[in-house]
Design a binder for this molecule. Structure first.
Ligand SMILES: [Ca+2]
Ligand SMILES: [Ca+2]
Ligand SMILES: [Ca+2]
Ligand SMILES: [Ca+2]
Length: 462
């Protein structure tokens, strides 16, 4: 099972140039186990000549050092204890690339199911036996790239919005909504709702403050404006769903927007948006007149001029520390090397004070092609851990690729890295959700080069 060995649990990240190299790998034992002494005794008995004695001496010194470091890293606060996960492959090959994985209760049994998007299919895996069923296959333009669930027609059953036409040398950015037929064993109907070239990520949220969610679209690159057009497509009334959806532009100044999130960041009961682009991390708020203002939280990975995959940020999702402060977790830059945590300048709810200076804390700089991030309280202590996926082999002592968790201390200043799946998935996307209904959030992830979909069931702390 992919639970990792401890990295040395007490090395402050802020003192470490490369957290992937931060610690000597030791088990967190507080006493030297009897089995270890037995093994050493056997070796002593077998020692013949100076060479063997030298090897035994070296082994003893190594064990003693390991015991000392283990003792130093054990004891004290519970945050150093590792989380346990059991993994299950839901699909060994969902497609060539699993672009997106989300949680949605497709069959309405109140158990969240796993939905995966590949280049030419949308498939859902039914909780709890994880039977795969096709939602669409080869019905719309390749590549399918993003998906978002919502009950669009108010019948109590979920529909999906789907972003398609990704890459394929045309960057169509086709947008569809998907409606089920009578049986869930039948393919769903795809209805076109609009398009925006380079559409890459979509989310439902009431960004415009109309009282009902819109489909908020972030294209990767510009099409008709000077920057990429962030658009909010308004969901038509039930009888008009099959007509084109009207889009409201939010912003046209950012480029290489690789991710966005919509929700109430500052606790004022209005939805905000945060974006990760080559220009950095921005916070969008709607003013009383309906216009949007955007605040630069950080330039992310610095560099001049801003350049895709070299500067700024590429993934983003908010969370919170135990003391209530907001955090934003990012991967920097796009397809990047760094896991970065931004800690809000004041308590929560914070309103205007979020405009102040956020602390920037680099948790890791050893990724290659970081592609998914999700803060979530995996151990129920009131503070989010950071779940991270990357698709290519990294450069640190835990090179992956795979799924990892960063666990912070009570101050949020010191974080340790734990492997959930090291090498078993070239992670392109992941979702955190309590799939088993035991109150512990679990992880589902989709692979790029590994083509797979996996579930990691959270077993709590060791
Ligand atoms: Ca379900
Ligand atoms: Ca519905
Ligand atoms: Ca926690
Ligand atoms: Ca669970």
């Amino acid at each position: 099972m992919p639970t990792a060995k401890h990295i040395s649990g007490r090395t402050p990240v802020s003192q470490v140039a490369c957290p992937g190299d931060e610690g000597i790998v030791v088990e967190g034992c507080s006493t030297l186990p009897r089995s270890v002494w037995s093994a050493v005794s056997v070796r002593l008995e077998r020692a013949r000549g100076a060479l063997d004695r030298a090897l035994v001496t070296l082994a003893l010194v190594t064990l003693a050092l390991g015991w000392l470091l283990g003792s130093l890293s054990a004891g004290g606060s519970a945050w150093a204890a590792e989380l346990t996960f059991s993994s299950k492959t839901l699909d060994p090959k969902a497609g060539e690339v699993v672009y997106a994985v989300i949680a949605a209760d497709v069959d309405g049994d109140r158990r969240p199911d796993v939905v995966a998007v590949t280049e030419n299919r949308v498939v859902w895996y039914q909780n709890p036996d994880w039977t795969p069923r096709v939602i669409v296959a080869d019905q719309v333009e390749r590549d399918h790239v993003c998906i978002a669930p919502l009950d669009l027609d108010g019948d109590g059953q979920l529909e999906f919005a789907l972003g398609a036409g990704w890459l394929n040398n045309r960057h169509l950015g086709s947008l569809y909504w998907l409606k089920r037929r009578e049986s869930l064993d039948q393919p769903w109907q795809a209805h076109r709702l609009g398009e925006e070239s380079w559409t890459h990520r979509i989310r439902f949220g009431d960004l415009l403050g109309t009282g009902t969610p819109q489909l908020v679209v972030s294209p990767l690159n510009k099409s008709v404006a000077t920057g990429a057009r962030l658009l909010a497509f308004q969901v038509p009334a039930r009888e008009s769903l099959k007509n084109p959806w009207q889009a409201t532009p939010i912003d046209t100044t950012l480029n290489a927007i690789h991710a966005h999130w919509v929700g109430d960041l500052d606790g004022d009961q209005q939805s905000d948006m945060v974006t990760a682009s080559q220009e950095g991390v921005h916070w969008f708020r709607r003013g009383t007149g309906g216009q949007f203002s955007k605040t630069l939280i950080s330039r992310g990975l610095p560099g001049d001029p801003p350049t895709a995959q070299k500067t700024g940020a590429g993934e983003i999702r908010p969370g919170r520390l135990r003391d209530g402060r907001r955090i934003l977790a990012t991967v920097e830059p796009m397809h990047g090397t760094h896991v970065v945590l931004y800690i809000s300048p004041a308590g929560f709810p914070v309103g205007e004070s979020l405009s102040g200076t956020w602390q920037r804390l680099v948790l890791d700089d050893s990724l290659v092609r970081g592609h998914a991030i999700w803060p979530a309280d995996l151990d129920g202590d009131g503070q989010d851990e950071i779940v991270l996926g990357h698709s290519d082999k990294g450069t640190g002592t835990q090179p992956g690729p795979g799924v990892f968790v960063y666990r912070g201390d009570e101050t949020g200043q010191t974080w340790v890295k734990q492997a959930v799946d090291a090498g078993g998935i070239a992670c392109e996307d992941l979702v955190v959700e309590d799939f088993t209904g035991d109150g512990r959030p679990d992880i589902a992830a989709g692979g790029r080069a590994t083509h797979n979909v996996r579930l990691y069931i959270n077993g709590g702390k060791q």
